[in-house]
Structures are given as C-alpha cells and as structure tokens.
Design a protein around this ligand. Structure first.
Ligand SMILES: [Zn+2]
Ligand SMILES: [Zn+2]
Length: 332
C-alpha cells in the first residue's frame, strides 16, 4: 500500500507532558459528556414531567411502574433493557446514516464526509455482506452473551433493585465503564493486530478502509466477543450495576462506536477522526479515547496529520475538510 509520509503539519514537539496532555483530553471528553448528560438529563426530565403531568422523581416512578409491570419476569425486563433498547438505538442511528450512505443525500450531511471521495454512494454488494454479518453478530453472539451477563450481574449485584441509583452514582459508574472499555479495547484490539491473529480475525473489520456506521460491529465472531462486547459488558458486571445504568451505558457505547465509524465529522458530535484514521492506516490509533495510544506511542503518525488537526469538536457549520484543507500531495 502506498503511504504518503505526511510532511504536512506543524512540527509538533513531543514533550514529556504528552501523556498527561492526553489524559487531560480524555478527562475533558468523558467530563463534558457527563456534564452534557447531566444538563440534558435534567431538561429531558423536566419536559417529560410536564408532558405527563408527573411530579416527584420522574425516573424513579417510571422504573417502579416498569418493575411492577414485569413483576416475576426479571429475565424479560433484562432482555428489554440490554437487548431490545440497545438494538433499537443501534438501528435507529444506523438507519439514518444508511439513508445518507446509500443515496449520497442530503448534501448538507455528505459535505462533512471525512474521506471525501469514498462511499459516494456506498457499494450495495459490500453493504449487503456487511449487514448480514452485523445481524449474525447481534443475534448469535451479542444475544447469548447478554444471557451470560444476566447470570453474572445477578450474582455480583441486584440489577432489579426497586430503588434507582442516584444520578451522581450513575455518572460515576459511567466514567468507570469508560475507563474499563478504553483499557480492554486498546489491548485486545492491539492483540488482534498481531500478524498471526490479524489475518484470521481482524482483517475482516479492516476491509472497510473508509468505514460507515453499521461497520462498527462488522467483525469476525471472535473479535466481536473479545473486542466489541466484553470491554462494554464487563463494567456493569464488576460494579454490580443497576439495569437502568447498564441500559444507558450499552446505548451510549453503541452510539459512540457508530459515530466513530460513521465517516462524517458532524457539528456538535464527538470527533470520529481518530478511529477513521485507524481504518485508513491500520497501525495507528488503537484505543477509544487515545490515552493509551499516547502512552504507547501508537498515535505518533496520526499527530502529524491534518486529521489530527481536525480531531476536535466541530462547533461551526463549516466542514473541517474546508477549514483545514489537505496539503496538495507531492510525488504520489
Ligand atoms: Zn473500527
Ligand atoms: Zn484494527
């Protein structure tokens, strides 16, 4: 594969504070996500309370209602929260993205495409094959794994506690889950890049050098177990979490991986540049937040690129490929 040695950007200096810088960035990402959730959670609660004329603790009342409706059917309630809800969230977000990918419209979204000339529109045969694999993974891998998680979680905690955890505790747990995911995803993912494992298990996921949302769980079944599912489900097992927190976490994790793969750097959404670059270059950017990549130096090439300069929260409507254009390539 021809690879242009990027001479593009600034001469960023790798100071000793590099890792600390990255930790701060990750803390900022997790922190602002949690702040957003806190603010959004409060206003959502307010609107719902007004809508239903409910008073008091809206979420607690909702949970009590749900809990009583499912009384004696804990397994069904668990499936609703850990299978049905996350699956709906996955397909709702990917449904919208697929409309854009298959039609190449509307242009006010496609103008945010990261790899400008790719998937325009997406190859239907390649997409069908990916969809078959994704459905297989959801039904035959994620499904049975969630059943195993049910037994583990009822062993380590009580996911069906009549009282919801406090909002602050739920946020603390989410931060812990995110850290666990970063660690497990980084090392298992890097392991799958070992030449002996790569060709058998991880090559499939990398068939998409310009990924789209649904490709987030387009992977060999073994990879889907070890790298996609375990790093996400293990947090709530360790923490003995409530079903409500677990459902919220699974949905957030799926939305986050869909965004990482979607191929569009949209305004006011987390930047997908980091993982998009992993698909483009294979041997950079293995983690989720980038802290461990900084620690192990697996982001050094990335940090010399335009993609790195664009790896920010886009707060205007101008696509970053326009505000930070590629430098014209020489001799390639
Ligand atoms: Zn990927
Ligand atoms: Zn990879």
């Amino acid at each position: 594969m021809s690879r242009s040695t990027s001479t593009s950007s600034s001469s960023r200096q790798e100071g000793p504070g590099g890792l600390w810088d990255s930790v701060k960035k990750a803390a900022f990402v997790i922190g602002s996500g949690i702040l957003f959730l806190a603010a959004f959670g409060n206003s959502l609660t307010w609107h719902l309370q007004r809508f239903w004329g409910a008073s008091g603790d809206f979420w607690q009342k909702l949970w009590t209602k749900l809990y009583l409706a499912f009384e004696g059917h804990d397994t069904a309630l668990f499936c609703l929260g850990t299978m049905l809800m996350p699956t709906l969230v996955f397909w709702a977000s990917n449904g919208l993205l697929l409309l854009v990918d298959t039609t190449g419209k509307p242009s006010f979204i496609t103008r945010y495409r990261i790899q400008v000339d790719k998937n325009n529109p997406v190859d239907p045969a390649k997409l069908r094959q990916a969809l078959r694999c994704v459905l297989f993974n959801q039904v035959f891998i994620s499904g049975p794994m969630v059943v195993a998680v049910y037994y583990l979680m009822t062993w380590t905690g009580n996911p069906f506690g009549s009282e919801l955890p406090t909002f602050h505790w739920a946020l603390t747990e989410l931060a812990v889950f995110a850290i666990i995911e970063e660690i497990l995803f980084y090392y298992t993912h890097r392991l799958f890049h070992h030449p002996n494992l790569y060709k058998h298990y991880h090559k499939q996921h990398h068939e998409w050098t310009a990924p789209i949302g649904v490709v987030s769980i387009y992977a060999h079944p073994l990879e889907h177990v070890i790298s996609n599912t375990l790093p996400v489900v293990i947090g709530p097992v360790i923490m003995g979490s409530h079903l409500a927190t677990t459902t919220l976490w699974y949905c957030l994790a799926l939305i986050s991986t869909n965004i990482s793969h979607c191929g569009y750097h949209l305004p006011f959404l987390p930047s997908p540049e980091f993982h998009d670059f992993h698909h483009l270059r294979f041997n950079q950017c293995y983690g989720v937040f980038g802290v461990l990549d900084r620690l192990h130096g697996t982001d050094t090439k990335f940090r010399q690129t335009k993609q790195y300069e664009r790896h920010v929260l886009l707060t205007s409507l101008t696509p970053l490929t326009e505000s930070i254009p590629d430098t014209p390539k020489k001799g390639q």
